[in-house]
Structure formats: structure tokens, C-alpha cells
Design a protein around this ligand. Sequence first.
Ligand code: FES
Length: 169
Amino acid sequence: MAVKKERRDFLGMALGGFTAVGGVFALGAAKSSWDPLPSVKAAGFTTVDLANAAPNDLIVEKWRGKPIFIIKKTAKMKAHDRDVIIGSDRFHVSIGLCTHLGCIPAYFPDTTEFICACHGGMYDVNGEVIKAPPPSPLVVPPFKVDGTKLVLGEPGEDYKKMQAAGLTA
Ligand code: FES
């Protein structure tokens, strides 16, 4: 009889132990499903290292599902208030969506112009409109400069100044 009771106690403890371990795993699994995925956490920011960017070469990055245009300006290109300065280099940085109806303009390095095929709108290398119908310049996304890197999605001091000066929407 004593042996049966001990056996029952052992089975009870073992079952309790399994249940407790299972509960801990279930809680862990539930917590990890509540936490945002790493990709979601990082989705708000895109970091681009521009140390090796070639002059007048269009770089297209993606930030929050939008195309971002980045062009390292050549020494011949005039400085502009919307330039993003990284080290001793100047960059054009904009959201690559036409401000007319949202098409993606194409960059032509020979003429250093963006042309929107939808309705013929044109922008210069600073993103300023040179031919209607776009009503306003290409929009500069929130950015911060970190060494040779451009962090898209984080409004740094230079971006805030641009916005305060009405240089971008
Ligand atoms: S959408 Fe670009 S000109 Fe109309």
C-alpha cells in the first residue's frame, strides 16, 4: 500500500513539474508573440553608409515603403540649402515620389534632372521644380547624419532647420 502511495505521489509531482515547465514555455511563447518583431522595431529607421558613394550616381533606398533618392553632388554642382552635408560632401536626399500625383521620377545623370514620366514634370538635382505640373519640390525625408551614415526616419538638427526654413514639407 505504501509503495502505491509513493508511486502516486511521484506521478503527481512529475505531472505537476511538466505542467509548470509547459506553463513557463507557453508564457514565453506568448510574450514573444506580443513583442514586436525585430524587423518591425527597425522598420522606422533606415541607415545608409555613404562613405563610398560615387558622385552623380543615383542611390535608391527604401524607407517606410517609399523610395528614397540619394545623390552625392559633384564639385561642379552648386551648393543648395537643401543639401545634406556629410563630412566634406554634399548630397541630394529626397523621397522619390513626384509631388504632383506620386509617380516615381527617373534621374538623368547627363542633364542632372529628374523627369516624371506621368505628366512630364521635371526637377533639378536639388529636387526643385523646373517644369510643372508638380506643385512643390521633392520632399526631404526626416534624417540625421551619423559619421558617414545617413539615418532616415530620425529628424536631426539639420533636418529640423530645413523644415523650419520651409525648405521641405
Ligand atoms: S505625377 Fe509626376 S508629373 Fe504628374
